[in-house]
Design a protein around this ligand. Structure first.
Ligand SMILES: *[C@@H]1O[C@H](CO)[C@@H](O)[C@H](O)[C@H]1NC(C)=O
Ligand SMILES: *[C@@H]1O[C@H](CO)[C@@H](O)[C@H](O)[C@H]1NC(C)=O
Ligand SMILES: *[C@@H]1O[C@H](CO)[C@@H](O)[C@H](O)[C@H]1NC(C)=O
Length: 155
């Protein structure tokens, strides 16, 4: 390939890389305004069952835990808990219909509990089904908030 052509191809690729995300962002924004978003969020605690203890304020959280959204056994989304043990997953309602999300999907914490507290199990994982907390209106954007029902430690 002549150098000139190569330079032109590089330029074209670079230009496309710039234009495509902008178009997507605009399109996504438009869809978002019309239909809203689905937000799956929650806190993973560093306890034997991953839930808040009896006295919530004193319960340690589980930071840097890999949380997967699994639907029909397939991983469809992954997130990591932050320093506060909080994870957040945003979904496009065009791809994920709420009723099917609630019926077919669950959350799985893949990082062993022993990572946050060596006395907790190093095998098995936390799982939870999903439930609707409610809706938040952010400007024109309607966000459906989905939270874990309750985590359980499964082998
Ligand atoms: C939780 O707090 C209450 C009082 O606020 C106390 O009576 C109880 O023993 C505490 N439970 C645990 C497990 O620490
Ligand atoms: C974790 O994320 C939540 C929600 O976005 C935020 O409020 C909190 O400050 C974050 N914690 C840390 C330690 O980054
Ligand atoms: C670790 O887990 C054990 C058993 O649940 C608990 O007694 C202990 O307080 C935990 N340690 C920390 C630092 O959270």
């Amino acid at each position: 390939m002549a150098l000139k052509t190569l330079v032109f191809v590089c330029f074209l690729v670079a230009a496309m890389a710039l234009v495509v995300p902008m178009a997507e962002a605009q399109f996504g924004g438009l869809i978002g305004n019309l239909l809203g978003l689905i937000r799956v969020t929650g806190t993973v605690f560093c306890t034997a069952d991953g839930n808040m203890g009896e006295n919530g304020t004193a319960t340690p959280v589980f930071p840097n835990a890999l949380v997967q959204l699994q639907c029909g056994g397939n991983v469809v989304f992954s997130a990591t808990t932050n320093g506060s043990g909080i994870f957040s997953i945003l979904l496009d309602p065009l791809q994920f219909l709420l009723p099917s999300l609630l019926n077919n999907c669950n959350l799985a914490v893949k990082t062993p509990l022993s990572n946050c507290n060596a006395t907790l199990p190093s095998v098995g994982g936390l799982f939870s089904s999903l439930q609707v907390l409610g809706n938040t209106l952010v400007g024109l954007l309607n966000i459906a908030n989905i939270i874990p029902t309750r985590f359980r430690l499964l082998p």
